[in-house]
Design a protein around this ligand. Sequence first.
Ligand code: DOR
Ligand code: ZN
Length: 352
Amino acid sequence: VTDELTLRRPDDLHLHLRDGDLLRAVVRHSSGPFARGLVMPNTVPPVLTATDAEAYRKEIRDAVPAGHRFEPLMTIKVVPSTTAETVRQARAAGVVAAKLYPEGVTTNSADGVRDVMALALAFAAMAEVGMVLCVHGESPEAFCLDREARFVDHTLPRLVDEVPDLRIVLEHVSSATAVDWVRSAPTGLDGRHRVAATVTVHHLLLTLDDVVGGMLAPHHFCKPLAKRPEDRDAVLAAALSGDPRFFLGTDSAPHRRRDKESAEGCAGVFTAPVALPVLAEVFEDHGALPRLDAFTGSHGAAFYGLAPNEGTVRLVKEPWVVPADHGGVVPFRAGTTLRWQFVDGGDQGPTG
Ligand code: DOR
Ligand code: ZN
């Protein structure tokens, strides 16, 4: 039996760190286990420009506990007023990706985009400067369970066809339709993949039954919604397959307990504190533990053109009970016992 697991220091290529007090409460749960994280820009106010991204990067760095080495990879939010110049300036400031939210589709997206192709010039600039477009792929006008499939059928093909060389990450894939589309998407002129997808921890495990099939489970409520068992199974198969187009982006999305357990409950699952132990369970349960390292530590970096992290993290097979609460935020699997636990003391790699 394996009772210890060593992984290359992982990347979380989609997470929400918020700002202010909430940032300071949650960041340690990402900056401990992860070497880098692609930080979503849907704060209030949003991260729209190079200047915003630089200020937010500083706020995050200041909040990371001493002793953690964590690099926030910054994003800007695409809004109707985003221009090619916005993109170029952001890229010059080290911004890695821009995030497209269709208008009204999720938390803090009222300023999102209605007419995606109206932003073709900004997307062309992204292709030119090598910035990735991260897409929340849901069409808000469709029925809630069909929003991702509608976006995949109606909007993504146009983006891929009409903006040559734009590199796209379909975030938090949650349906068989989306998984199939990513697998069949065209490669670039250079033969590299142009399209990839992040996979969350919770979409590997949950179906809609886990949200509304019994007692209402607000801590499992997220966007895109967890769907049918066959959708969950397609997402799981993609993650376990070793296909480099599928990599970890937890979409860890902390909201305070009162904002989740509410008449107008916020979407988001706070998975950062349990991400690696839960992934170890899932991959082990499916006989795919040897593939976890690439899923968390190299596929994503490769797609983003980043060097893989140096150093390792360690998990041991010792049961631990997930705390009920972290600073007023309820983590995924709160109060349950996990088989694996993350231990500090991996090799952090060269410092500096
Ligand atoms: O569940 C989600 N929470 N999905 C999103 O797209 C946004 C996120 C958040 O910011 O809370
Ligand atoms: Zn997200």
